[in-house]
Design a protein around this ligand. Structure first.
Ligand code: 13P
Length: 271
């Protein structure tokens, strides 16, 4: 099943897919071990910084080979594509899904750029995600107006996207205080569109709120910071009092920490 079909299917069923960013072979392996252990499907996401770090071709080749190796149903998605050029490059490289993020532009400009991405992607039959209503990025103010239902309806109709990232009290990175998702607004948006709705910034959102968001219409849950954090914290603690230079002895423990985290997340969202 394509990612576009799977997401549409999950949206109809009121279920959610977990979409997790990976950064290197080790974090990718950690994610796939978790998907395998829980028999879950998984979206593997790459941000532009990760694509710059890994290279587009090596990144997608590694993801594809590992999905096959672990026999996991999964897809590769461009997270927060900032330009039509990067969207085109990822489409050409064979991504299953792309996000065009023009959420910091005006409403009309966001529509114009997103429409362009949808037009390009039509030749590849892939999923297209866009963002409406700004979701704070790292170190930006987290107090932001939620996406309006009228705007969401208009935006989805005008652009023809398959998935919409909305602002409902979520933001990227760890939260300064426990977030309280605007489930009321989510339900209003769910009522006016059939588009898959995406929750960005899931790191630090309590499990009960994630589950309520899924029951109220979210069908893609994006997670990044918690994975990066647990991998690096584990490595730091392993290396603090060690002069081990065999990375093949050190990395597996950090991979296990990622797997443990993602198994918990998958068990939370597979409701
Ligand atoms: P976090 O880093 O807050 O988990 O957000 C991830 C995300 O939304 C990626 O698009």
């Amino acid at each position: 099943m394509t990612m576009k079909e799977k997401l549409a299917d999950f949206t109809k069923q009121g279920k959610a897919l977990l979409a997790v960013n990976f950064y290197n072979f080790e974090t990718l392996k950690g994610l796939l071990l978790a998907a395998k252990a829980t028999n879950s499907s998984l979206i593997l996401q790459l941000s532009e910084s990760s694509l710059n770090y890994l290279g587009i071709e090596p990144a997608i080749a590694m993801a594809r080979v590992m999905l096959k190796e672990f026999d996991v149903e999964g897809w590769v998605h461009l997270d927060h594509g900032s330009s039509i050029e990067i969207v085109q490059q990822c489409l050409d490289a064979g991504f299953d899904s792309v996000m065009i993020d023009a959420s910091e532009k005006s409403f009309d400009e966001n529509i114009r750029i997103t429409k362009e991405a949808v037009k390009l992607a039509a030749n590849y039959n892939v999923n297209v995600e866009a963002e409406l209503g700004y979701i704070a990025k790292l170190n930006q103010s987290q107090k932001i107006e939620p996406t309006s239902a009228d705007d969401a309806k208009h935006f989805v109709e005008a652009t023809g996207i398959n998935a919409l990232a909305i602002a409902i009290g979520n933001s990227h990175g760890f939260y300064k205080e426990t977030p309280k998702l605007r489930i009321d607004r989510l339900k209003e948006i769910r009522d006016v569109t059939n588009c898959a709705l995406v929750l960005h910034g899931s790191s630090g959102i309590p499990d009960d709120q994630l589950q309520l968001a899924i029951r109220s219409g979210i069908s893609k849950i994006n997670l990044a910071t918690e994975t990066k954090n647990i991998f690096m914290k584990k490595l730091q603690s392993l290396l603090a009092d060690s002069d081990e230079i065999d990375l093949r002895k050190v990395f597996p423990k950090a991979i296990d920490a990622v797997t443990e985290l993602i198994i918990k997340k998958l068990n939370t969202i597979n409701i």
